[in-house]
Design a protein around this ligand. Structure first.
Ligand code: AMP
Ligand code: ZN
Length: 499
């Protein structure tokens, strides 16, 4: 039986923008009803910044949407915990080595510290964990095997204890290095200086599959080519194909990973297995601040906790993580999003309105009106069209606001709805808000409420005393005391102590 995306009697078609073809395509999974999805994970040598969070959140929304639409998804997101090569291949510039020196920690202590931080941050924004979260260091054997296979097939060569992928050989065999990033190989050769590899490579565009470890390099493994460590691009090929197969459905990551990382993954996959490793390449766009890409290296970044705690110089107040999530989802994953104080304030307003509407809707228990003057069926159809049109979250949210408008009017007695439509609207709206968008209701701050209530009681007691109604004022004081709240009259007025 063919898997069909259905709600009620309507068949839906999911369209996904494929970065490889540059077109929105109808999604056809390899295995009916199942999706294999791989997303490049973080390099855990420092805290993730808010920009990194945006990319992971975009794919969390995609994962949630696929699941909601009925697909059984195997979602794999790796942890890059082995040396991440730098442009010049100098050990002193290896991000892990640098950080171990700076923090005076073992490499695996660095890995553990920032992996824990990464999970905490994603949990705070209500991201679901992937089904498999493999680490690069846990897949060294697979990476060595892949390197051997590439050498055997003539796509890679050893040079001074390192192994490089031979890009020119790849192209000679009719394959096309540059197909994803739309780069021309001649141009690439002309414009690249040989920084990495320092004379070891046949061509400057060749990339490392295995790198010889210098004596200063702490993270090192034995290999047929001596002690060394794997190349960054290879780890994703090793882990994605191990858990999802030689060709799988979706590969995601931030836009900046298209070249060289994903270009190299395609080359490695095709050279090894003779087939393109991925059917749909998806790239999430960047988060900017002050109209510049958020990035640690330029200093233009904010850490998630700084935004949530309010401890920063850029935003006028603290924002709840779910407001940040809502703000991110108000932009399509393929659009650039500029985070600003105004954008966050607007998102907070919108979120509050939406949540008020759901609360009202969920409190309407029964309804004896027969007629609906809100076409739930039509509304659902439009909302699903947005979701299945390359996961268009801003349009989906616009439809949710349309429903919210109706709910407020319903609450004011200006609109009516049938029982059947009411139930349908309730379940669909709740599913979109909580399951698909992954938003969370913000718990009211009980301490604030208690303080406000006590201030009211203190004011009433003062009024009673002014009008010499001491019986009432004493009653207020004694009853509060019985509840463990002691009122203290001082020169500056009355305060309270919670016992
Ligand atoms: P990294 O740990 O540097 O490999 O980055 C983790 C993920 O964050 C990658 O998918 C990057 O593409 C993504 N990323 C980095 N900077 C930004 C940004 N400013 N906005 C959105 N995603 C980003
Ligand atoms: Zn990757």
């Amino acid at each position: 039986m063919n898997f069909k995306l259905l709600y009620q009697n309507k068949t839906m078609q999911l369209k996904i923008y494929n970065s490889l073809t540059g077109e929105k395509e109808i999604f056809k999974p390899i295995l009916d009803g199942n999706v294999g999805m791989y997303v490049c994970g973080p390099t855990v040598y420092s805290n993730v910044h808010l920009g990194n969070v945006r990319t992971f959140l975009s794919f969390d929304f995609i994962y949630r949407s696929l699941t909601h639409l009925g697909y059984k998804v195997r979602y794999v997101r790796n942890i890059t915990d082995a040396g991440h090569l730098t442009d010049d291949g100098d050990v002193n510039n290896d991000r892990f080595v640098k950080q171990t020196r700076l923090e005076k920690l073992e490499p695996m202590e660095i890995v553990q510290k920032y992996t824990v931080d990464f999970h905490k941050v994603l949990d705070m924004f209500n991201l679901l964990p992937p089904n498999i979260e493999p680490t690069a260091t846990g897949h060294i054997v697979e990476q060595i095997e892949l390197t051997q296979k590439l050498i055997e097939k003539g796509f890679a060569y050893e040079s001074n204890g390192s192994v490089y992928f031979d890009v020119l050989e790849y192209n000679k065999r009719g394959l096309n290095y540059g197909e994803l990033s739309k780069r021309n190989i001649e141009e690439l050769f002309a414009n690249t200086r040989d920084l990495d590899g320092q004379g070891e490579k046949k061509n400057p565009q060749d990339f490392a599959l295995w790198k010889k470890a210098s004596p200063a390099h702490i993270m090192r493994w034995n290999s047929p080519w001596g002690e060394g460590f794997p190349g960054w691009h290879l780890e994703c090929t090793a882990m994605s194909t191990k858990y999802l197969g030689e060709t799988f459905d979706i590969h995601g990551g931030g836009m900046d990973l298209k070249f060289p990382h994903h270009e190299c993954e395609i080359a490695q996959g095709k050279a090894c297995n003779g087939a393109s490793p991925v059917n749909y390449w998806m790239h999430a766009n960047m988060l900017t601040m002050n109209s510049q890409r958020m990035s640690k290296s330029t200093g233009n970044y904010i850490l998630p906790m700084q935004l949530v705690s309010g401890e920063n110089d850029f935003f006028e107040k603290a924002f709840h993580p779910t407001i940040v999530r809502f703000c991110f989802l108000q932009a399509h994953y393929r659009s650039v999003l500029d985070i600003s104080n105004d954008a966050m304030i607007a998102s907070e307003k919108g979120f509050t309105r939406l949540m008020e509407a759901v609360k009202i809707l969920n409190s309407i228990s029964s309804n004896d009106q027969k007629e609906s003057n809100f076409n739930v069926e039509d509304w659902k159809s439009k909302a699903y069209d947005a979701l299945t049109d390359d996961f268009n979250s801003p349009i989906l949210i616009a439809h949710l606001f349309e429903a919210a408008k109706f709910i407020f009017a319903l609450n004011d007695g200006k609109e009516t709805i049938s029982s059947k439509d009411l139930e349908d609207l309730k379940s669909t709206l709740n599913a979109f808000i909580f399951d698909v968008l992954g938003l969370q209701a913000i718990e009211e701050n009980n301490n604030e409420k208690l303080d406000q209530t006590l201030q009211v009681l203190i004011e009433l007691r003062n009024q009673a005393r002014k009008s010499k109604n001491f019986e009432l004022s004493d009653q207020i004081r004694d009853k509060l005391l019985a509840e463990g709240i002691e009122l203290k009259d001082g020169r500056d007025g009355t305060t309270y102590v919670l016992n």
